[in-house]
Every structure is written in C-alpha cells, then in structure tokens.
Design a protein around this ligand. Structure first.
Ligand code: ADP
Ligand code: TYD
Length: 226
C-alpha cells in the first residue's frame, strides 16, 4: 500500500492506510455494504477497521444515545454532539489505524453533518463542514461512496422503528439526499455516487468497482467465496 497524501485546508496529512467513508440516507444500505466490502478485503489479507458515527467508540455510544434516543436536542447542540463524537472517533480509533496502515471503513463521517445539520437543519453547510474539520484536525477521506436511493425506499427498508432523526419528515430526508448529490458533484475527485437500488449482490459489485483502484491486492469473486 503506498503512502496517501491529503491536502485539506492547506494542511498536509500523510499516512500509510486507506480511509473510505460511506454516506447516504437512512436505509440506503451502508452497513450492509460495509460488511460485504470488509469481508472481501480481509480475504485478501488487509487489516480492516470498521467504525461508525455516531457511536464508533465507548464515549461515542453514549453520545449516540443522547442524540438518537433521549428526547429533544436543539439544532446547534445536535451539530456539536455529532462533532464531539467525530473528534473522539478520529483521535482514538481512525487516526491510529491509518497510521499503522489499516483500511478504515466508516459508516458516515463529516459529510453526514453537512447534509443533515448543515442543509436539512439549515445551520449552513460551510459552517458545519468547518466545525467538523476542526473536530477531526482536517482529515478528509481518500474516497467517499454515496449510496443513493430514493427517500421512500430507504424509509421502507428502515421500517416502523425509527430513531429521532429517522422520524424527521419526508422533506427533511429529501433535503439530505439533495445535499449529498450536490456534494458528490462538487468534489468528484473524492466522491463516487453508487446506485443503491438493486439486490445486495448487485450493489456490492458496484461498490467494489468504485474502490478497486485504491488497492494493490484485488481479490477475485471466487477467492472471496472460497
Ligand atoms: P443503512 O446502514 O444505510 O441504514 P442498512 O445496510 O442497515 O442501511 O440497510 C437497511 C435495511 O435494508 C436492512 O434491513 C438491510 O438488510 C436492508 N437492505 C440493505 N441493502 C438492501 C438491498 N440492496 N436490497 C434490499 N434490502 C436491503
Ligand atoms: P445510524 O443508525 O448510524 O444511520 P443509518 O440509519 O443510516 O444506519 O443513525 C445515525 C443517524 O444520525 C442518522 O439518521 C443520520 C444522523 N446523523 C446526523 O444527523 N449527523 C451526523 O453527523 C451523523 C454522523 C449522523
């Protein structure tokens, strides 16, 4: 694996690992696809670390509970809690893994805050992005996969048991999807939009195509199934 260099806000980050983030609406298939990609990469010998936001660390699990299952949270408090969870996740889990050369697959990262708090909660995309970059010391992913599905399909997949954010209305979730599509268009060197409608196998093949160039050792489908 070669060294990866990222320039973010004038700051240069170098580490030997690979940082991939998965974004998309609720029920778009992120967790399912991350598991599939992780198995495939592990079969090839990669050291794969999975994380999620909110809730990738012990502290994060407590913050997640406050955010999703503990009643009202005002919009700015919400943005700050997501940023606090992110700061701790990056400092204690993601950065050390990247430094030792691991592949980190993250179920959501700063673009979730830009789409949900910045756009859908109308706190301002740039302000929320800056807050997140401060929290994560400027770390940007090597690649971000946008799993794109129509809002209603995601809601159907999530089902009736919804957390505080999932229970926000259709317009909120449509604003999230619109912002994601804009972000992906604006920064094509980092983002790949992957069509999330289709069987789990079909989507997994699309995800693999979207990241395969980052890996030197590419497992074939038969090696993975073996
Ligand atoms: P997310 O992490 O984006 O919320 P999940 O991976 O948890 O999404 O998927 C939400 C639900 O939809 C799960 O029950 C999962 O099994 C199901 N699911 C995921 N991908 C597909 C797919 N391509 N087709 C049908 N159902 C799917
Ligand atoms: P989660 O269960 O991880 O997502 P999903 O339903 O896609 O599997 O729930 C996290 C919720 O928090 C989800 O509704 C998106 C929201 N969220 C934000 O609003 N801002 C953020 O910065 C992050 C990371 C998540």
């Amino acid at each position: 694996m070669g060294a990866h260099t990222l320039i973010s806000q004038g700051k240069k980050n170098t580490y030997p690992g690979i940082f991939l983030t998965f974004e998309g609406g609720d029920g778009s298939g992120k967790s399912t696809q991350i598991e599939r990609l992780a198995s495939r990469l592990r079969a090839c010998g990669y050291d794969v670390v999975l994380t999620r936001e909110p809730g990738g660390t012990e502290l994060g699990v407590r913050i997640r509970n406050l955010l999703l299952h503990s009643g009202e949270v005002s919009p700015r408090a919400e943005a700050l809690l997501y940023a606090a969870d992110r700061a701790h996740n990056i400092a204690t889990k993601v950065s050390p893994a990247l430094e030792r050369g691991a592949v980190v697959l993250a179920d959501r990262y700063l673009d979730s805050s830009v789409a949900y708090q910045g756009a859908a909660r109308e706190l301002g995309s740039q302000e929320v992005r800056d807050l997140s970059l401060w929290a994560s010391e400027g770390l940007l992913p090597d690649r971000t996969i946008l799993l794109d599905v129509p809002v209603n399909l995601g809601r159907e997949r999530v089902g009736k048991t919804q957390d505080r954010i999932e229970a926000a209305g259709y317009e909120f979730h449509e604003a999230v999807r619109c912002e994601y599509l804009k972000l992906a268009e604006r920064e094509p060197e980092r983002w790949v939009r992957v069509e999330g409608v289709g069987s789990i196998d079909e989507v997994a093949a699309r995800v693999y195509e979207a990241v395969v160039d980052l890996f030197e050792k590419n497992p074939t489908e038969s090696e993975v199934r073996a």
